[in-house]
Design a protein around this ligand. Sequence first.
Ligand SMILES: Nc1nc2c(c(=O)[nH]1)N[C@H]1C(S)=C(S)[C@@H](COP(=O)(O)OP(=O)(O)OC[C@H]3O[C@@H](n4cnc5c(=O)[nH]c(N)nc54)[C@H](O)[C@@H]3O)O[C@H]1N2
Ligand SMILES: Nc1nc2c(c(=O)[nH]1)N[C@H]1C(S)=C(S)[C@@H](COP(=O)(O)OP(=O)(O)OC[C@H]3O[C@@H](n4cnc5c(=O)[nH]c(N)nc54)[C@H](O)[C@@H]3O)O[C@H]1N2
Ligand SMILES: [Mo]
Length: 766
Amino acid sequence: MGIVKTIKPYHEPAGGWGALRAMGTALTEQGIAVSGMALLARMNQPGGFDCPGCGWADPKHTSPFEYCENGGKAVAWEATAKRCTPEFFAAHKVSELETWSDYDLEMVGRLTHPMRYDAGTDTYQPVSWDDAFTLVGRHLNALPNPDMADFYTSGRASNEAAFLYQLFAREYGTNNFPDCSNMCHEATSVGLPQSLGVGKGTVLLDDFEKADAILIFGQNPGTNSPRMMTDLRNASRRGCTIMSFNPFRERALERFQAPQNPVEMATLTSTPISGRLFQVRVGGDVALLKGMMKALVEADRRAQQEDRGTVLDWDFIRGHTVGIEALIADLDATQWADIEQISGLPRAEIEEAAAAYAKAERAILVFGMGVTQHRHGTQNVQQLANLALLRGNIGRDGAGLCPVRGHSNVQGDRTVGITEVPTAEFLDKLKARFGFEPPRKHGHNVVTGLEAMVRGEVKVFVGLGGNIAAAVPDWQLTREAMRRLDLTVHISTKLNRSHLVHGRDALILPCLGRTELDMQAGGPQSVTVEDSMSMVHASTGRADPASEHLKSEPAIIAGIAKATLGTRSVVDWDRLIGDYDLIRDDVEAVFPIFDGYNTRIKVPGGFHLTSLARERIWATPSGKANFLVYDKLGEDPRPAEPDMLWLTTIRSHDQYNTTLYSLSDRYRGVYGQRDVIFLNEEEMEKRGLQADDRVDIVTLSDDGLERVVRAFKVVPYAFPDGSCAAYYPEANPLVPLYAHDPQSFTPASKGVPVRLVKVAAEQGAH
Ligand SMILES: Nc1nc2c(c(=O)[nH]1)N[C@H]1C(S)=C(S)[C@@H](COP(=O)(O)OP(=O)(O)OC[C@H]3O[C@@H](n4cnc5c(=O)[nH]c(N)nc54)[C@H](O)[C@@H]3O)O[C@H]1N2
Ligand SMILES: Nc1nc2c(c(=O)[nH]1)N[C@H]1C(S)=C(S)[C@@H](COP(=O)(O)OP(=O)(O)OC[C@H]3O[C@@H](n4cnc5c(=O)[nH]c(N)nc54)[C@H](O)[C@@H]3O)O[C@H]1N2
Ligand SMILES: [Mo]
């Protein structure tokens, strides 16, 4: 790449002309400057396809311009004119490709043929679909126990593909469904049911038009869900208070220029977004949340003493919740000094945040990975739920919890049965519909799956999308385990790291993307997805497939199922693949909330899956919402290591998870490089470091293994004390596999204890 490596602050607002320029560049780089714009005109429109980017909800289709810079990049990446062909594979041994960067691998373009690894030549060679399916079947049938296979899902798979995938693996005999969600919002899915009885958000897009306050915890909308910026901007303009709690001063949370707004664009004005930014320390959220709640409780007592009403919503608390006494006792026992130390925020600031929250009649609490990816991720989520419950901010217009999901269908995949801990009720329904006995034993999630792989107990890995080898923690350990597998199968659109970290046998099975026409025996097919707000709607690709040899994800799963189960199967796979309406009928039979599925997706915008908590019906054992106590403030700050910093691993503006669109991160002022570490000047001074110095980042591991990434460049940044940040996935070798939330098994990617070792100038020269 010709990009110069520089660090220089970005002065423009987020969005705006910078966003339009970046989208134009992405389309041009992929060789689709003109056709790409035509494609984008069909994105998120009735009859069109759903954006393959993030899981933010679609508005009510009032503008022909329903996409954002990063959605544009996601489409450019899929609709690229570049191709990764058998000739390419013939020319590059796998051992050579291993030396390529992740960026260069995906830049090769769309995969065109099914490929099988050939050890003799150390290359991938073309293979027929039939032979590929037979190979998978042979390996799976050779396993003494179906629990020796793992079936991974990344959240781009449609409801139809995901349902078939779980159907096949369960008929085969296992509940091993590690899922990208295990590394993402699992703390939400595990934490919220205990609090509210549902594991999903409780707001709809309309609520953003009615809220008086929106609080954003550990989420970066300007980059990761840019269409949300329009809702925030409109809220901000009508006087809604917006507060953000984040160690970074994320640009989009400060100022935003709507690319869709001609006036802002022409006059170069922008809307200030976050009324207030609270720079919480990395891992300091429990302390912050308890501080806010403590301030509310204290204010409530004062108000009652002075006969000024109440600050807490006691009618709601008494009518709808249990556990308030224990929560208040815990808050009373928590000292302000500890809250300040661990959150990194002075008491006065926390009280200010609490006061602004208390002033709002209706408040929405938004949260993302900054909250979930901690050893105390579930606790973070539950303390957030407590904060909402204290003021009755659930189940009312303009109020609620809004976990912003990642992948565009990660929520839907879970809804239709991708889970390693299925309920008995679901399995009974599956059995009633199909007539086979599904396995009851709980299966692997990402962490337990990798642990089993490390122990040699897993032999076959199948990945429905994603890039597991790069997305997971502890590369040294986990990649070595992947290389010992009997078979790795990746259903993918683009070449990525996981294809190179392969088992003894290995297959790359290329599939259609969401923008492409999916033609089956019964004609062109649509799929369905569920967004962050539980809206289910259809997505129809119309573009010519990247290659005539591609199959749809459902068709690939059916091919594997037939080759593995043969006449044993009670499912008529060909019939289902011929007409996806039939798959949806099955989904509806197993999950009654999909009542009228095929009819309801014909309505533009789709339909909403009911959230009981939204109706103030609490599906918990007590029948009430639960205030849940966590008697700590976070993780112990290791007094024995005065040098320690909490490292958080974050996304740049120019990446989609492990896919890099470029090596730059313009809002944070980083260009042409990703091996950087953000650190404040005081912490730099303490360590004798200057800007551009190189450091090794070393994890303070508990198990004696050395975890280190080398020669990262120091970038001074107004960051909280005791904290630092580096990019995901480059920093993943630092995240220990054992360092996960014990309840949700979410790896602690946003809370890694590290120390820095300065590298001598000549060693660090890059
Ligand atoms: N363009 C683009 N869009 C995406 C993605 C992408 O990679 N690129 N990924 C998709 C996926 S799968 C997901 S899950 C979402 C991810 O979207 P986000 O949830 O926004 O994920 P991150 O960027 O990893 O981190 C979010 C924020 O958490 C802050 N943070 C870090 N540590 C802490 C902490 O300890 N406390 C608090 N309060 N904040 C902290 C970071 O500064 C950052 O602003 O986006 C989805 N959309
Ligand atoms: N340190 C650290 N680690 C993290 C995170 C973090 O913040 N920090 N975030 C975590 C999170 S939130 C997530 S969700 C995971 C993401 O983990 P994954 O979901 O496994 O990773 P992705 O990078 O999204 O997967 C990209 C690949 O998906 C394939 N692909 C793209 N589109 C399609 C499609 O339509 N169909 C199919 N079959 N394949 C397709 C392409 O081959 C592409 O290379 O990573 C997690 N890992
Ligand atoms: Mo995610």
